[in-house]
Design a protein around this ligand. Sequence first.
Ligand code: FAD
Length: 332
Amino acid sequence: MKDILIIGAGPVGLYAWSCSGMLGLSGYVIEGNDNPGGQPWELYPEKPLYDMPGFKEIKTKTFIENLMQQAETHTGQITYVGKTNLQSVTETKDGFTITLTTNQILTVKTILITSGNGVFTPIRLENLDPVQIYDNLWYAVKNPTLLANKKIVILGGGDSSVDWANHLVEDNISNDVTIVHRRELYRAKESSVQKLQKNKVKELKPYHVEAVDTNNNKITTLRISNKTIKETLTINADYFIVQYGAKVMPTMLQQFTLATTPMRKIIIQPNGQTSHPHIFAAGNSVYYEGKYYNMVTGFGEDINALYNITKIIHGQKYHPGYLSAVYCKTKS
Ligand SMILES: Cc1cc2nc3c(=O)[nH]c(=O)nc-3n(C[C@H](O)[C@H](O)[C@H](O)COP(=O)(O)OP(=O)(O)OC[C@H]3O[C@@H](n4cnc5c(N)ncnc54)[C@H](O)[C@@H]3O)c2cc1C
């Protein structure tokens, strides 16, 4: 039986993975999405962060990659299981038996929930093979340098579509950007919408995607139609960026019957403990009075929870000391 299961590999789960490794705990981290990184990775990878201790400024994507690299140092002790979720949880005499949707069965003494706001997956373009990966179809812009001087079509009418269209032109990445939106009005800040014209972004609205043509692992053309003027167009591009927003998949956490707020945030004590003595939680999934929802707060909650988890594993008198010192001893 392993020491810990960490549920969710967003920033807070990734840091919990690192700290568990440093503390010498054994176990697993599971992630429901295609990749770890949570909200920062899925929703705002290009945003500069100014509130990370030790960094005057760091790009979100770089910060999350650093967290991943730090966590992966401890892969031997903590095993990462991606694209999975909880199927069932049974409490046993010494801990928990957990069956994952990918059929693995894990047995652990304690659980740390770092499930944030749930499993975010981008709303995908319809009429496509859901398993096939298309190289030129992006649901998040993670590497804008690949878009340099390319013909780009952005689908969607929210802030992120409009902001990306403006950003690509204003930063001289591309001067051939088209935005396709199914409604006449955008759901974006008026000041950003006004910049579209100034930036010579081509606007096709209200156009609905009727069909997607593909060739192997590439999107070749989109057939889009405007019902008002009864027109169908075929458009091509080097890259198609879909910004339809995200949907949240069920977290299956209701299986734990923990005390929660009406908004289903898990109520924790200052030591990170939930209403179950062997289940702890940290990050955006938790609530206590005065809680501030950002990454640094979540990292602090990780340490508190893990310190108290080591006491369950090694006894109440156990005091691990500073993590760096513990890790330094185990490394040498
Ligand atoms: C637009 C925006 C800008 C922000 N800017 C900043 C900023 O500048 N600085 C800052 O510090 N914070 C910022 N935040 C807040 C920050 O993103 C959150 O505080 C942080 O993501 C919380 O991390 P988390 O790991 O708790 O949750 P999440 O990031 O939500 O990650 C949770 C992870 O758990 C996974 N998961 C959930 N349930 C399960 C399950 N049952 N099984 C398996 N996996 C599961 C999810 O897929 C996800 O990967 C911003 C948020 C937004 C939306």
